[in-house]
Design a protein around this ligand. Structure first.
Ligand SMILES: *Cc1c(COP(=O)(O)O)cnc(C)c1O
Length: 426
């Protein structure tokens, strides 16, 4: 595979950006080699700077549930931006996107638009603290919630620990407000509530953890979290930046039928533009400025161009069988590769999310169960897949995404490419 243009662009980029990129995983460090510079995308396919064509299962890390350059999204964006790109004043498009979401989601009554998933979660944490008057938050090892200070925390070595910072530049004092426990562990959560009675503002979880492998939790565990929160006056925060509008229009809350107190969204909600959001009951949302005392603002929040992309995309998601079709396609891919299961190769999936893993285990529910050593197989597989025209996120800890644009033919090709690549890995 020719990659001289990408290589040259990357050499240049290294002069401009730390590590040559504007977000770390793009640098290909976990798979080795040179990141591909992408020139264009259409439907399920992307083309790089050397003219190589790929079937894309990264889909910009999830936002592009309709695939690349969807005509309906492009038309909506084009029409909107010709009337101006930003006003810093309310527009009717914000109402329209909010109506579309709130009118089809029984779990939240009011919403606030922001500009990224990180910003949504950071604001939602502030809201949880402002609403409860408590400072501590409880998170799970293996869940990603963006890069705000209090969430860049990883578990220490005990059952219930204040984490260690997972980034330089995060003050110890922030970390001391974040309790980190393992997923799928009731005892740890009970212990945390016993130790920090009346101090925990919220439990934050990715109800479908999909940023560190795909660590499916049991419904019963999520219900346990719901119950222990209710009992202790703690808010349950579902971070649905990745699962929202992905496993169904109402995300994981709808999938499991569990009502959290606050939900955060991102990725799909903006149709490929930078949008995040958080929502909750009217009562909880009334704490947000200018109604309440929890401050949160944004120059480009509710940006009209981004809103119109979100409206166009989510309108498609609401069509009958939209999610069923995505799931069927994903199942076709997973089933097409089931014969490799006994080679320790697994494709775990839910809806249109799948995770490529090398493991003997039939189920992986915690970060600790992921064998870091197995990533060496992923690294080899990754480059064979690229050679065969299949692009996924360049890390074995990342999941892949099926879009509406993926065709049966794409999937057939993908299965064949995987089979050949897996032979080579062996
Ligand atoms: C992607 C993601 C975020 C961060 O969103 P950004 O838009 O990258 O800031 C937060 N939480 C979850 C669950 C995510 O998947």
């Amino acid at each position: 595979m020719k990659n001289s243009n990408s290589s040259q662009l990357f050499e240049k980029a290294k002069n401009y950006f730390p590590g040559g990129v504007n977000s770390p995983v793009r640098a290909f460090r976990s798979v080795g080699g040179t990141p591909l510079f992408i020139e264009k995308g259409k439907g399920s396919h992307i083309w790089d700077a050397d003219g190589n064509e790929f079937i894309d299962y990264c889909c910009s890390w999830g936002p592009l549930i309709l695939g690349h350059a969807n005509e309906k999204v492009l038309n909506a964006v084009d029409k909107t931006m010709r009337n101006g790109t930003s006003f810093g004043a309310p527009t009717r498009l914000e109402n329209e996107l909010a109506e579309l979401i709130l009118g089809n989601n029984p779990f939240i009554e009011k919403i606030r638009f922001v500009s990224s998933g990180t910003e949504a979660v950071m604001s939602a944490i502030r809201l949880a603290r402002g609403f409860t008057g408590r400072n501590k938050i409880l998170k799970f090892e293996g869940c990603y919630h963006g890069h705000s200070d209090s969430l860049l925390v990883k578990a220490g070595s005990g059952l219930v620990t204040f984490g260690n910072t997972s980034s330089a530049g995060v003050p110890e004092s922030f970390v001391n407000e974040t309790i980190v426990v393992s997923l799928n562990n009731k005892k740890a959560v009970e212990e945390a509530f016993a130790q920090f009675n009346n101090q925990i503002a919220c439990i934050i979880i990715e109800p479908i953890p999909a940023n560190n492998g795909l660590l499916m939790q049991d419904k019963e565990y999520l219900q346990f979290l719901r119950d222990i929160c209710t009992k202790n006056g703690t808010l349950l925060l579902f971070d649905e930046v990745i699962s929202g509008f992905r496993v169904g229009f109402t995300g994981a809350a709808g999938h499991y039928g569990i009502k959290p107190d606050i939900i955060t969204y991102g990725k799909i909600i903006g149709g490929g533009f930078p949008v995040g959001a958080y929502g909750a009951s009217k009562e909880i949302m009334s704490k947000i400025s200018p109604e309440g005392g929890v401050y949160q603002a944004g120059t480009l929040s509710g940006n009209p161009v981004a809103m119109s992309a979100g409206i166009a995309q989510l309108s498609e998601c609401l069509k009958p069988n939209f999610y069923k079709d995505l799931e069927n396609k994903t199942n076709k891919l997973v089933n097409g590769l089931s014969e490799f299961k006994n080679n320790d190769f697994k494709l775990f999936s839910i809806g249109s999310i799948f995770w490529i893993a090398f493991t003997k285990q039939e189920k992986i529910q915690t970060a600790e169960e992921i064998d870091g050593d197995s990533m060496k197989h992923f690294r080899v597989l990754y480059h064979h897949l690229l050679e065969k025209g299949i692009y996924t996120g360049p890390s074995g800890y990342e999941v892949g995404f099926m879009s509406e644009a993926h065709t049966d033919e794409d999937i057939t090709k993908t299965i064949a490419a995987f089979k050949a690549a897996l032979q080579e890995v062996k």
